[in-house]
Ligand binder design. Structure first.
Ligand SMILES: CC(C)(COP(=O)(O)OP(=O)(O)OC[C@H]1O[C@@H](n2cnc3c(N)ncnc32)[C@H](O)[C@@H]1OP(=O)(O)O)[C@@H](O)C(=O)NCCC(=O)NCCS
Length: 190
């Protein structure tokens, strides 16, 4: 994951006119504050306008392995990409993920949630939305790399139908952690 950035055609999702942040829910008839009702998080296409918020998460989550801000901008604007943002009721970005789709092959480029948004099914939702986007573009197999020492992500990918097909030794620098290469045949999606 966090692969290189090369170009192609513009994202269909990025042009989606429904690409707006969710609005806060109104108070319910019993008069409770909307915040007590935990309004649902929304998914929408991410654009270059989201760079600050996305890169803030990227840099805090991935540390020394994070993409540079320029690389993240390139990803958000390059062709053949589909980037999605997970937002709260105020439109604050809590997570993001990106897919590169070229022909029948897709690559999950990155996915990250802010710590407070994890463990509630949103990572699975984001992955499924990226895979859906790939399917809509004709993608039939999807690849990704994951750190060998990331059991949460490995478990998520396995549960979606990804198979671990190889190892790239010491891929993640500077720590020298192996990357596990995953492949999903879309017909094996769960
Ligand atoms: C990896 C990540 C995107 C998963 O998103 P999430 O919202 O935390 O995960 P979900 O709540 O959707 O759970 C999906 C699956 O992940 C696994 N999982 C989630 N939390 C877990 C935990 N604490 N321990 C073990 N497995 C866990 C489970 O397989 C879970 O499926 P289940 O709920 O059916 O058991 C998120 O944790 C994250 O952003 N982590 C930091 C960045 C990162 O590692 N990115 C991936 C780089 S390859």
């Amino acid at each position: 994951m966090n692969g290189d950035a090369s170009g192609g055609e513009a994202s269909e999702l990025r042009d989606d006119p429904s690409a707006t942040a969710s609005r806060p829910l109104p108070p319910d008839p019993a008069g409770r504050a909307a915040s007590e009702a935990s309004p649902p998080l929304a998914l929408r296409p991410a654009t270059e306008a989201d760079l600050d918020a996305i890169w803030a998460i990227e840099s805090s989550v991935f540390g020394a392995e994070a993409w540079s801000r320029d690389m993240m901008r390139e990803e958000l604007t390059a062709d053949h990409r589909c980037y999605l943002a997970l937002t709260d009721a105020e439109g604050v970005i809590l997570g993001y993920g990106g897919l590169l789709a070229v022909g029948e092959e897709g690559d999950i480029q990155t996915i990250a949630l802010a710590p407070g948004a994890r463990g509630a099914g949103q990572g699975r939702r984001l992955m499924n939305a990226l895979l859906d986007a790939g399917g809509e573009r004709g993608v039939r197999e999807v690849f990704l790399e994951v750190r060998a020492d990331n059991p949460v992500a490995r478990s998520l990918y396995a549960s979606l139908g990804f198979e671990e097909i190889g190892v790239r030794p010491r891929y993640y620098q500077p720590e020298g952690v192996d990357a596990i290469v995953n492949k999903l045949q879309m017909e094996n999606r769960r």
